[in-house]
Design a binder for this molecule. Structure first.
Ligand code: BMA
Length: 761
């Protein structure tokens, strides 16, 4: 992952470095930059593969040591003697003291920041030595925590600016690793240095769009700049103007007549404009780059209404039902993955009919390559700032560090058409109000006020101010969810994470009763494919295999899966059946939820399940396992995220069929229902023709049965949707708890949701 593409004026210092444990006389060993100490130790054969067997439980010693990395390099011969140079680290994880030829030039303390150090005066032509001493983040965390009279509720990751998931999560191992995790290079500083140029849409309709060009400029002289924007393909010039930067920021506007608008996946085409942006200072060309930009407006509508508070996205003024999932880093050692691994996630999303991904706040900020692919594929990105499941410090030094980080990240990411929303954090507000955090602080005078005021300063002050200042076309949402799942407002106000299913052990049917305005998290674990399980299992069966336990990070993960299996009447005889049934169970759970959410639109306007991907081989909530295999659930999701779907509920002995279309225009459809036995006897069939209005779910009809039909385990109901004489969607339901095996073997099969009349929608 690279935050900036290297240009010719940059001298790469990546590749092979040397490393050793600091404070020892151990020999230097080869290391890779970008990299992490765990992967370097593994590459040298000093530890086992952290992802296999139970190795993840034995590597904690690495986290409490300091590590040093060294590289010698020459400057290229053709470098201008008078050139001003800077040393750039695109990312250091996390506490890094940097020495260039013996002089300390940097003390870094934030994994999410780029660091730039003027370095001409320290450099020689040949034999330069760069030394990076990485201090144990764990020990620093402890010393920072001990300065306060209380431990902040949540987790230790809060004290430092490092990916929270490194401290262990319920789907990931704990490696509080360190490393030079992003590219390093030396760069010639141009006389007029342009950064963070973004072309964004301020307003757009089919007749006209107003766009803004924003950039930072650091210049030795105060010459005004000439900015030109043209269309790369037609050559048409949209703008030529002289501008004077205000401080380091500059901007200008231009208009595009009859723009071809960009739409999310499923709502229209992802039209892109190729704007060539030129900047001249006097006669010198100082910037020349093509920006691929989709013209579109994006707005989060969250305002009081007759139900509570709405939550939906308007794209080009059209309401969008959001279909997608939450994304975690696609590899634990995220430095090690190329852009293609990030891009792959976007391909999965587009193939699964998504129009949105949420980049979850306990991971890392998304790389540009990921955002660009999202733009190309029509996937909007809900981007959390990197804060999750904790209260955070709010002293001046901490806030200044955060401010530098978020200004950089907002300025980097704002250029992407796919970026839809900035969200302050994951579940910190929920934790404070619902997880007993306040009582943890109860005994200490003034602590609850101090911690909550600190929260307000950060998430209701600093972060929205930065968004407003540098990316005012995106909305800011302070915390996801707005209310915890125990509170009644969670289904009437804003976004919701519903964990009553899984964490609360409630039945899948509960999803139908807990339909929120926008569901930004919910989920259920399912086994990865057999090949991934075999990567870490020594061949024994559940639950006795030590390896299987080391790759299940939820405290009662297996018990929970097995309890739900039991309820459904699934009785696996061996590991293979367990894999199969657990995947079926997971698929059914998500199907219940997605149908409930979609078939309740426009009350509910979004469904993002937890979680799309894994960062190592593990049993988790993901739809796609670490090796990229789709679990059964992902196929269900792909089906249920199609533009028009139908779904069935059992209300007493009556089957109620509902349907919805999320297209932009009214849609003529045929909805068919067929009830038959596995022997092929058709008990019932019917078709209904109707026009569906966008995002307005309707009842299509009712099917009345005798109880003796719906208690048969050899009977199933098939629904299908036709548009333009083609079948576009199908789903199959069975009625009983332990269905006939032949029914289970049908595609997209799930237990019909039974609901009592008073709770039906
Ligand atoms: C959600 C996430 C993660 C967690 C998941 C499953 O709330 O935000 O914190 O992994 O629950 O427990």
């Amino acid at each position: 992952m690279a935050f900036a593409a290297l240009s010719q004026q940059e001298i790469s210092i990546n590749g092979q470095w040397m490393f050793r444990r600091a404070g020892t006389t151990d020999g230097w060993l080869p290391a890779s930059v970008p990299g992490a100490v765990h992967t370097d130790l593994h590459a040298n054969g000093l530890i086992g593969n952290p992802y296999l067997s139970c190795n993840n439980m034995q590597l904690a010693w690495i986290d409490s040591a300091d590590w040093e990395y060294r590289k010698t390099f020459d400057l290229p011969l053709n470098i201008d003697k008078k050139a001003e140079l800077e040393l750039v680290f695109e990312g250091l994880d996390t506490y890094a003291d940097v020495y260039l030829n013996g002089v300390k030039v940097l003390a870094a303390n934030n994994m999410f920041r780029q660091w730039r150090v003027p370095c001409s005066k320290y450099l020689k032509k040949t034999n330069n030595e760069l030394l990076v001493v990485l201090r144990s983040a764990l020990r620093i965390t402890d010393s920072l925590a001990n300065r306060l009279p209380y431990r902040l509720p949540g987790g230790d990751w809060a004290y430092i600016r490092k990916a929270a998931y490194h401290f262990g999560w319920d789907w990931g191992p704990r490696f509080v690793t360190c490393g030079i995790w992003q590219p390093v290079y030396i760069r010639v500083i141009p006389k007029v240095d342009i950064h963070n140029l973004a072309v964004t849409t301020l307003a757009a309709n089919p007749q006209k769009a107003i766009l803004s060009v924003d950039f930072d400029v650091v210049a030795k002289h105060k010459k005004s700049l000439k900015l030109t924007v043209s269309d790369t393909d037609s050559g048409k010039i949209y703008l030529t103007t002289q501008i004077r930067p205000k401080g380091i920021v500059a901007n200008a506007r231009f208009e595009v007549e009859n723009p071809r608008l960009w739409w999310p996946n499923g709502m229209g085409k992802q039209n892109l404009n190729r704007f060539r942006v030129l900047i001249h200072a006097g006669s010198e060309l100082v910037y020349d780059k093509v920006h691929e930009v989709g013209i579109r407006t994006i707005k989060l509508v969250s305002q009081p209404d007759s139900i509570g508070q709405s939550f939906y996205f308007l794209v080009n003024g059209v309401p969008m039902f959001a279909k997608g999932a939450n994304l975690i880093p696609p590899d634990f050692f995220v430095h090690g993955v190329s852009d293609s691994v990030w891009v792959k996630q976007v391909d999965f999303a587009a193939q699964s009919n998504f129009n949105m991904l949420r980049v979850w706040g306990g991971g890392v900020y998304a790389p540009d390559a990921f955002m660009e692919e999202c733009t190309r594929k029509g996937i909007l990105v809900w981007h959390d700032f990197m804060f999750a499941c904790s209260m955070y410090p709010s002293d001046a030094a901490y806030l200044a560090n955060v401010e530098a980080e978020v200004v950089q990240q907002v300025k980097r990411l704002r250029k992407h058409t796919s970026l839809a929303l900035w969200c302050g954090n994951n579940e910190a507000d929920e934790g404070w109000h619902n997880w007993g955090w306040q009582s943890q602080l109860g005994g200490i005078a003034g602590a609850t006020d101090t911690v909550w005021n600190g929260y307000l300063k950060l998430f209701h002050g600093l972060l929205p101010q930065v968004v407003m200042r540098y990316d005012s076309t995106r909305n800011y949402w302070p915390s996801s969810p707005m209310y915890g799942w125990g509170s009644s407002q969670s289904i009437t106000h804003g976004d919701s994470h519903y964990w009553g299913v899984w964490w609360g052990r409630e039945p899948f049917e509960r999803y139908a009763q807990k339909v929120p305005r926008f569901m930004s998290e919910y989920g259920f674990q399912g086994s990865p494919s057999e090949s991934v399980l075999r990567m870490f299992n020594d061949g024994q069966n559940l639950p006795d295999s030590a390896q299987l336990l080391c790759h299940q990070k939820h405290p009662v993960g297996y018990q929970t899966i097995n309890e739900y299996m039991d309820r459904e009447g699934f009785k696996p005889n061996d590991l293979l059946e367990w894999i199969d049934y657990s995947q079926l169970l997971q698929a059914q759970g998500y199907a219940h939820a997605i149908e409930a959410h979609r078939l309740a639109s426009p009350y509910c306007m979004g469904t993002l399940y937890w979680q799309l991907n894994d960062c190592w081989p593990v049993v988790s909530w993901s739809g796609i396992d670490y090796a990229g295999n789709w679990k059964r659930v992902q196929h269900y999701v792909q089906n249920l995220y199609k533009p028009v779907i139908a779904g069935a509920y059992l209300v007493d002995s009556v089957v109620v069929v509902r349907a919805v279309s999320d297209g932009v225009n009214p849609q003529q459809v045929t909805i068919g229902a067929q009830v038959q036995s596995i022997n092929g006897d058709v008990v019932y069939q019917n078709k209904v023709f109707l026009t569906l209005q966008p995002n307005i779910a309707v009842e299509v009809g009712k099917i009345y049965f005798n109880r003796d039909i719906i208690t048969r385990n050899d009977i199933y109901l098939k629904l299908f949707v036709e548009t333009d004489n083609e079948t576009r969607f199908e789903s199959v339901y069975y009625f009983t708890k332990a269905p006939n095996r032949l029914i289970l073997s049908l595609g997209m099969v799930q237990r019909i949701r039974e609901i009592r009349s008073e709770t039906s929608k």
